[in-house]
Design a protein around this ligand. Sequence first.
Ligand code: DGL
Length: 276
Amino acid sequence: MPAKDDPIGIFDSGVGGLSVWREVARLLPSEDILYFADSAHLPYGERSLEEVKAFSEGITEFLVDRGAKVVVVACNTASAAALYHLRERFSIPIVGMEPAVKPAVSLTKKGKIGVIATKATFQGLLFRRLVERFGQGVEIHTRACPGLVEMVEEGLLNGQEAEARVREQLEPLLREGIDVLVLGCTHYPFLRETLEKVVGPGVTIVDPSEAVARQVKRVLEERWLLREGGREGRYTFFTSGEPDRFRKILQMLVGVSGPVSGVEWAGGKVIFRDYP
Ligand code: DGL
C-alpha cells in the first residue's frame, strides 16, 4: 500500500518532463520526487506507439519498485502510447498528459487553433478523441515539429539560431491565422521565450504543466497520500543516457544539480548500471 511519505514518480523520454517536474516541485514542495529520463531512447516522437508503450511500462515498473505512490507520465507521446495500459496494469494512480485542446477551444476568438506535438502523439487514440470531443466548430491545425525536442536536449533555447529554427516550424501554422497555440510536448515550455517572439502577442500560448501539477495534488489528496510539511522534498534523477550530460542540462533548465544515477535497459527492464 502506498504511503504519504513515498515519492512521486515522473518520467519522460528526456528533459521535457522537467517542465512538469518544476510545477509539481513548486506546488508540492515537501514531496520527494523521482524523475526518470529515458534519454537512450529519445526521441519517442519518431518511434512506434508499441515501442513507446513497452518503454513506458518498464519505466513505470522501475518507479513503482522504488516506492512511487503516483506516476506522472510527463510526456504526451508516452501518454498517447501507454496511458490506458499503465492504468490497467498498475494499481497506483497514473497521471497522464494530453494536448490542451479543451482550454484552447475556449480561448480562441478566431476559431483557429494550432497544436504542436510529436508525430506519435498525433497518431494516438487520445488525440483523436480530444478532437472529436472538443474540436467541433473550430479549425485545429496540427504540426509535428522535428528538431525542437533535440534543441531543448542540447540547451539551445534562445538566440538567433533557436529563433530561426522555431520560426521555420511554426510558419505554416501562422499562415493559417491561428490565435492560440497548444504546447503538446513537454519539451516545448523550455522554448517559451523564443516561441513568444516568433508567434507575437496576437497568439496565446497554452502550456498544461501547471494544470498537471494541480491534478497530481488532487489525486494525492483524494487518496490521503499528500506528504505533510516539515521538510523540503528530496529529488532524485535517473537517466538511461549519460549522467554527466543530464546533470548539466538539469542545472541549466531547472537549476537543480541532482543526484543523477545512470541506469540501463536489459530485457525490457531498467537496471542500475553498476548492478552485479
Ligand atoms: N516530451 C515528449 C512529449 O511530451 C516527447 C519528446 C520525444 O519525442 O521524445 O511528447
